[in-house]
Design a protein around this ligand. Structure first.
Ligand SMILES: O=C(O)CCC(=O)C(=O)O
Length: 279
């Protein structure tokens, strides 16, 4: 509860880091990473400055394994309807519903994908998370989900799937997320968006609030159009994000997007958070 109230305040976040001696440090990467990056030394400084670093790529064989797993495993919408479907059947699933499925998840089935299990403990991912968060952290959540092209959607669907709804996450005082596109993702197929540097620049109104989501127009007026960044990329492209940065998925318009999210933090998560049942 204390965290949920005070972790919204920039001053409290700084104090918490100080108290735990958890200043960002330089990355140490053990051997054996399967992640490619151009300049590992600049990752933490970029995260500190911008809140996001886009310099990661998966090996093609890992992308293939994850895609193969996803294409052949039943996924589920989050709206409690409980009925799963194979991703290639999403249009048929829509015919049985009043509104389209905009996102469908694998929850704890991700444990059956060896490539994902390997990535959760990848030395580069863990090294970056430890360095940015300033102490040895653990994987607290792993999610794999599709965004599907959808037309019959309402505001509640967009909220539930975090699409077209800028927000920040309050999962702990400090966490770091890695996202990897498993399908090629452009502006029309659900690209992720964020507001550069908003994890360290916050107007008071956006700190002293119980809401994690804020209207786009209000954020645009404060941060300016140049700060709004859209991440597109080929299959395998990845980025790390401090989820205190304002961010959102976008509504998929043309083709489905499959994305993997790995989150790291200092405290063990509740079991329902682990694979995205909650949150
Ligand atoms: O779908 C996305 O790109 C964003 C997901 C998101 O907003 C979140 O994980 O909090």
């Amino acid at each position: 509860m204390f965290m949920l109230i005070f972790a919204r305040l920039l001053a409290a976040r700084k104090a918490e880091r100080l108290l735990h001696g958890a200043a960002p440090k330089s990355v140490e990467v053990a051997d054996g990473t399967r992640i490619q990056t151009d300049d590992v030394a600049s990752v933490v400084p970029t995260l500190v400055k911008n809140g996001v670093c886009t310099d990661f790529r998966l090996l093609p064989e890992d992308v293939r394994q994850i895609l193969d797993f996803a294409e052949n495993t039943v996924c589920y919408p989050r709206d409690g309807s409980g009925k799963g479907f194979l991703p290639r059947e999403f249009e048929h699933a829509n015919t049985e519903r009043q509104r389209d499925v905009i996102a469908a998840y694998y929850f704890d089935r991700v444990k059956d994908c060896a490539a994902i299990e390997r990535l959760q403990v990848d030395p580069l991912i863990c090294g970056v998370a430890n360095a940015y968060l300033g102490e040895d952290v653990q994987n607290i959540r792993t999610r794999l989900w599709w965004s599907f092209p959808a037309k019959r959607v309402d505001d509640a669907d967009l909220h539930a799937a975090a699409q077209e709804k800028f927000h920040f996450d309050m999962n702990d005082w400090r966490t770091l997320k890695f996202f990897f596109y498993i399908t090629p993702t452009d502006e029309q197929s659900g690209a992720h968006r964020y507001i550069e540097a908003s994890h360290r620049k916050r107007r008071l109104r956006h700190q002293f609030t119980l809401m994690v989501g804020h209207e786009f127009e209000e954020l645009l007026a404060y941060y300016g159009p140049d700060a709004i960044k859209t991440v597109t990329g080929d299959a395998g492209a990845g980025f790390a994000e401090d989820p205190f940065t304002f961010h959102t998925g976008t509504l998929c318009r043309t083709k489905p997007r499959l994305i993997l999210e790995l989150e790291y933090g200092p405290s063990a998560p509740s079991p329902s958070y682990r694979y995205g049942v909650l949150g």
